[in-house]
Design a protein around this ligand. Structure first.
Ligand SMILES: [Zn+2]
Ligand SMILES: [Zn+2]
Ligand SMILES: [Zn+2]
Ligand SMILES: [Zn+2]
Ligand SMILES: [Zn+2]
Length: 250
């Protein structure tokens, strides 16, 4: 589908413009954090903003793990009760994709419905896969499984060294945002370290002491992994991420 430069949505009286937001925002559709490509109200003082996918409401193109499902985009939960996202295991509070087939309906945040199932960075020979189960522990929660009925997905590097639950990344990034670490202008070195510490507490502590439990390819790889996963989950806020992960001394 070609990108639309302007759209009208029923939730808002003004026409929205397609933009590349360089600062994190809360989507007025799905109520989730985002940045990068979005639809934003151009009127001064009006902060209405939608993820690109929430603005267009396009049918999901590719959904891993749901071969038999038929997902549709909805602006409201059509099934009643609290819905939990099968991708990130967190509650859904706004726009969503829903597969209403019984007895096991499925739900996804629009952002989670467009998570890439694999991505790679050729210059460091690392591929990262979206998985339902992981073989090593998540860098944030230090566990393979999350508590709760819905497990959600995780990203895992091809060598199994780095894992991260999508839910844990969303929670950690939200904390970073709430603490004011994600301001684009003039990010202090100390804040960058705090962001990293919050994302991967144990790894950072071990590296700080010059030791590690596993054979590690260095902090560069850890940062590379985190960068890619953050971009995959939240859009691609290149300048923010490049800036944020440009850590001079580790
Ligand atoms: Zn949204
Ligand atoms: Zn407006
Ligand atoms: Zn289904
Ligand atoms: Zn989700
Ligand atoms: Zn985790």
């Amino acid at each position: 589908m070609p990108t639309l430069l302007r759209i009208n949505v029923e939730e808002h009286p003004h026409q929205l413009e397609w933009k590349d937001s360089q600062v994190p925002f809360f989507c007025d559709g799905c109520k989730e954090l985002g940045f990068g490509l979005c639809y934003q109200c151009p009127n001064k003082g009006c902060n209405f903003i939608l993820h690109e996918e929430c603005g267009i409401g396009r049918p999901p193109t590719f959904l891993p793990f749901f071969n038999r499902c038929n997902f549709e985009f909805h602006k409201k939960n059509t099934l009643g009760g609290t819905r939990v996202c099968d991708g990130c295991a967190l509650d859904i509070r706004g726009f969503l994709y829903q597969c209403s087939s019984r007895p096991n309906p499925h739900d996804l945040h629009p952002g989670c419905a467009s998570l890439p199932s694999v991505f790679s960075l050729s210059d460091i020979d690392m591929e990262i896969y979206l998985r339902e189960e992981i073989s090593s522990k998540c860098l944030k929660c230090q566990s393979k499984k999350r508590s709760g009925k819905v497990q959600g997905w995780a990203y895992e590097s091809s060598d199994g060294q780095f894992c991260y639950h999508v839910a844990c990344m969303k929670e950690a990034w939200l904390q970073n945002w709430k603490k004011g670490y994600l301001q684009l202008n003039d990010i202090e070195e100390s804040k960058k370290s705090l962001v990293l510490q919050n994302l991967a507490p144990k790894e950072v502590a071990l590296r700080g002491k010059g030791q590690s439990s596993k054979s590690m390819k260095g902090v560069k790889w850890l940062i590379m992994f985190l960068k890619l996963v953050v971009s995959a989950i939240f859009g691609d806020p290149v300048s923010l991420i490049v800036n944020l992960f440009q850590i001079s001394q580790m």
